[in-house]
Design a protein around this ligand. Structure first.
Ligand SMILES: Nc1ncnc2c1ncn2[C@@H]1O[C@H](COP(=O)(O)OP(=O)(O)OP(=O)(O)O)[C@@H](O)[C@H]1O
Ligand SMILES: [Mg+2]
Length: 275
């Protein structure tokens, strides 16, 4: 038996937000599989969720539960075996500039391009901007992530955190309908990771984008997200959906935050036997 999706931490403000902001992304009864010559690996089972404009929606679950696969399906890199994914009411049929992904790996920036060229290039190709316009917009977003003075640097001269900032600037410069992030801070040291989470929240307030964020860290999910979808271990099924907008960096160590961590841990792992 799978636990019904339960809404924890219900909050009036959240209800109002859901009622007033527009539904942007809909994932409905999505099954995802990998077919190899030897076997079929089911990655997710019957997953449904809605992301509203301005959400910081987090997919949280243990390793192998299909988070990255789900994100790839939303990005349009893979097709569901059943179920539908739609953005603004249109079925997602492939990759598009309305969904940009930031990955965990530090090598997502072509090393032969400067920081500015890295951010400006997709704007020229996908958005058909002229060089001057693309550079101007690229510089604007580099300023937002605090890297304008590194515009002419090459990626190999940057730290991991700086490379991730460039990747975020490049994604935001495209002004996607949804920004997709797959464990973007997981390869950073703990202090830098916290700093990046804080910066992401500040950027979200400044730039006002919609975020779909994947992590297997409960703490990161609570800090980064305003809503969290808990997925059960492989194959990923929806275990619960909860609100978490009341938490920020300052919540670490607070007793209500720790209680939420413990509750989510229980939902994720201790029901496994009965799921
Ligand atoms: N290219 C592939 N071919 C076959 N099976 C795959 C492939 N990619 C992923 N899988 C399988 O699909 C399942 C879900 O994988 P996925 O990478 O989506 O998990 P995840 O939740 O992102 O895990 P992690 O937290 O470790 O990144 C796993 O069982 C994995 O082994
Ligand atoms: Mg993954």
């Amino acid at each position: 038996m799978v636990a019904n999706p339960t809404l924890m931490f219900p909050d009036r403000a959240e209800e109002i937000r859901a009622a007033t902001s527009e539904k942007l992304l809909t994932v409905e009864n999505v099954n995802l599989e990998y077919r190899t010559r030897e076997r079929i690996v089911r990655a997710t089972h019957d997953v449904s969720f809605d992301v509203y404009g301005g959400d910081r929606f987090v997919l949280l679950g243990p390793s192998g539960c299909g988070k990255s696969t789900l994100l790839k399906a939303v990005a349009g890199f893979i097709q569901p075996t059943s179920g539908t994914i739609s953005l603004d009411g249109q079925a997602v049929r492939g990759p598009g500039a309305d969904r940009i992904v930031v990955f965990q790996e530090f090598d997502q920036l072509p090393p032969w391009k400067t920081v500015l060229q890295n951010v400006a290039f997709p704007l020229r190709v996908a958005k058909k901007l002229k060089r001057a316009e693309a550079n101007e917009r690229a510089l604007h977003y580099l300023e937002k992530v605090g890297l304008a003075s590194f515009a002419n640097a090459y990626p190999h001269t940057l730290s991991g955190g700086m490379k991730q900032r460039v990747a975020i600037a490049r994604a935001l410069a495209m002004q996607p309908r949804v920004l997709l992030m797959d464990e973007p801070f997981a390869a950073l040291d703990a202090l830098t990771r916290r700093k990046m989470q804080e910066e992401l929240l500040r950027l979200w307030e400044e730039v006002n984008f919609t975020l779909l964020f994947v992590t297997h860290s409960i703490e990161e999910a609570l800090v980064v997200g305003n809503r969290i979808l808990l997925l059960s271990p492989h194959p990923g099924r929806v275990r619960a959906e909860l609100n978490s907008h009341q938490y920020s960096q300052d919540s670490f160590g607070r007793s209500d935050f720790q209680r939420s961590v413990a509750r989510i841990h229980h939902l994720l792992f201790e029901q496994t036997e009965t799921a």
